[in-house]
Design a binder for this molecule. Structure first.
Ligand code: SF4
Length: 383
């Protein structure tokens, strides 16, 4: 397929792997003392394992999996709040499919559906909007979830609902932003990172400059990357080259998709509909200041949190969520532990019986290890 095959070319991959190896040797990287590169985005984690890049590159390169899976970083209490809304008899609760099986402290949305709640999978918030038009006697709630990548489409649906006066539509807003958790990780004295593979889809919306602080304030290189194997290999090489040359810059490997200054229409929609919450709870990272978005007062009729008095709008406030016993999701998500080091991996926690979202989300690190354990890019075929 045009524009895909080119980025999976085994000969080009082999050349990049050789260049990465030479650069790793120049940096003195070894298995015992590796160069530690965090891929922030869960989509990158899946691509790395899908193509076996972790095994193909020099043994002195270690990929550290970051917190860039929006389903995974959602604390269990937010899933509980979804279930609480979904179980109201007047509600049709709509969500993207990969949130259906994420466990809350009592049940997932899928289990709530099995228990009789009207929970429906949609492909876009516009599908939820259409459901609201067709069901004027019901409250249709959309589970707004994700980083800057999905935030604009939810904003546009709220703007459209406002234009139509469609007040039986609302959004349970869990949109979050990427820079604050990266800063939290960089401020953690136990996180030893040499550089970053930066988020491609998020940067498509916000541009590359909101990430400038990684280089300017922390002296770490960051390369915004695409999602094909050659994108990732080239990005790793660019990070290593910066390290070898003593540079720390924000570079854009994914320039065919990511504009330097982002997408103006999306940024305007975000600015119109949302404002920053004072703080938001992240699974494994706790409350992080100004890391989540809430719906502005001007759009309050479309804010499910306010409409149902749930979550951060609950009278008396909400309590942080403890991790279930034996669950290492927080450590995996912050790069302290590999999924296979979690005592529950493949034992108490499998895709059929998940303990954490990382095992069932399409961007979860545990799901990547489980699904692609043996996958390899056939570089040998290029001989
Ligand atoms: S294996 Fe399960 S419990 Fe362990 S970190 Fe992964 S999702 Fe969490």
């Amino acid at each position: 397929m045009r524009y895909v095959e080119e980025f999976r070319d085994p000969k080009a991959a082999k050349a990049l792997i050789a260049a990465i190896g030479a650069m790793a040797d120049r940096l003195g990287a070894t298995k015992a003392e590796p160069v530690r590169i965090m891929e922030i985005c869960g989509g990158h984690t899946h691509a790395i394992f899908r193509y076996g890049l972790d095994k193909l590159v020099h043994e002195g390169i270690e990929f550290i999996h970051g917190p860039g899976c929006p389903v995974c970083v959602l604390p269990m209490a937010r899933v509980d709040e979804c279930v609480e809304i979904a179980e109201k008899p007047e509600v049709i609760f709509t969500t993207f499919g990969d949130a259906m099986r994420v466990p809350g402290t009592k049940k997932s949305l899928l289990q709530a559906k099995a228990d009789g709640a009207d929970v429906r999978t949609v492909y876009s918030p516009l599908d939820a909007l259409e459901l609201a038009r067709r069901n004027p006697d019901r409250e249709v709630v959309f589970f707004g979830l994700g980083f800057e990548t999905t935030t604009p489409s939810t904003a546009l649906s709220i703007q459209q609902a406002a234009r139509e006066g469609l007040t039986n539509f609302s959004v349970f807003c869990n949109h979050i932003t990427v820079p604050p958790p990266i800063k939290a990780l960089l401020d953690d004295p136990y996180m030893l990172l040499d550089g970053f593979v930066g988020p491609g889809h998020v940067s498509m919306v916000i541009g590359i400059h909101p990430l400038d602080f990684v280089a300017q304030d922390y002296g770490k290189p960051l390369v915004v990357a695409g999602f094909e194997p050659l994108d990732l290999l080239q990005s790793v090489l660019m990070v290593l080259t910066q390290l070898a040359e003593g540079r720390a810059e924000i570079e854009n490997q994914y320039a065919r998709v990511v504009p330097e200054h982002g997408n103006a229409v999306s940024l305007a929609a975000i600015e119109d509909v949302y404002e920053k919450r004072p703080s938001f709870e992240w699974r494994g990272l706790g409350e992080i200041d100004a890391s989540g978005l809430r719906i502005r007062a001007a759009y309050r009729p479309w804010d499910a949190e306010e409409k149902f008095g749930i979550g951060y709008a609950k009278a008396g406030g909400r309590a942080p969520t403890p991790e279930p016993e034996g669950c290492a999701c927080g450590s995996v998500m912050t790069g302290r532990m590999k999924p296979t080091q979690c005592p529950q991996f493949g034992r108490g926690c499998t895709p059929d019986t998940p303990l954490g979202a990382l095992m069932v989300s399409s961007e979860g690190a545990c799901a990547a290890y489980w699904t692609y354990g043996g996958a390899r890019l056939s570089v040998e075929a290029a001989e």
